[in-house]
Design a protein around this ligand. Sequence first.
Ligand SMILES: [Zn+2]
Length: 308
Amino acid sequence: MRRRRRVPPGRYTIGSVARRRNRSDWRTTYGSLAPYDSPRRGTPKPDKRAPVTLHRRQFAALILAIAGIAPEEALAQGRRPARRAPLPLVVLDAGHGGRDPGTIGTARRTREKIITLAATLELKRQLERGGRCRVAVTRSRDVFVSLGRRVDFARQRQAKLFVSLHADSAPGARGASVYTLNDRASDALSANLARRENDADRAGGLNIPPVSLEVARILISLVQAETRAGSDRMARLTVDSLGDAVPLLPNTHRQAGFAVLKAPDIPSVLVEMGFLSDARDEAALRRPDHRAKVAQALARGIHAFLAA
Ligand SMILES: [Zn+2]
């Protein structure tokens, strides 16, 4: 939603963005967006008569609040006219963690939670180096985080995109694949993956229900349709960028009812970077240079998503 970046003309200065080559400099400059302080006119006071425009995302926050499932901060932000335009926030989610190890590799007993965290932190580094988005992670160390809390984490921060990283087991399958939310799984492999992923909360000993899709379906179909379109677009971009870097599972974009993808207002994808049940995938995912290649491809997909 580039519209949120729009600033009333003549009232703000963005500095010499064009002259800066380094993107991280650009971020700093953009972040310091400040009222234009003219010696003649002085610093303009906020115009109380100015109409408050609710952008689509803010409208979504309002609807979700009415539905009783929006964080309060989202509503508060929705009421405020957008004066600052921070870089979009991407939430990265390292699958599993703590007492939930995820899948255990068949050949070398690699724990999935270790691979997902290493890949997530590598992707975070690469995205931050790119300077085109802010990045937050649902976990930065080996701790258990319930699926519901992962979704809440992204929603409370009004993330623009949610990307969950995994390397599960799927006997006989090899290669990377990308999943978006659907009540009906596209195939048995996806259904099994979602069932096992959704069991992660039980493995961790907590039972926090995911966002109620039943309530959301009735009240916010508009928001969900937009979110779903965003998730599908992100999945397509991710398949394209991954395809240039690593082997892919056939029918690479699949669908299933993953609980961690159920934020009704944030485009969300789950990436299986490969399967630890395949000895070749397991060996590759253990190597930092391979994870860096996967992260690079994912960063390309994320940048393409944010640029559109
Ligand atoms: Zn997993």
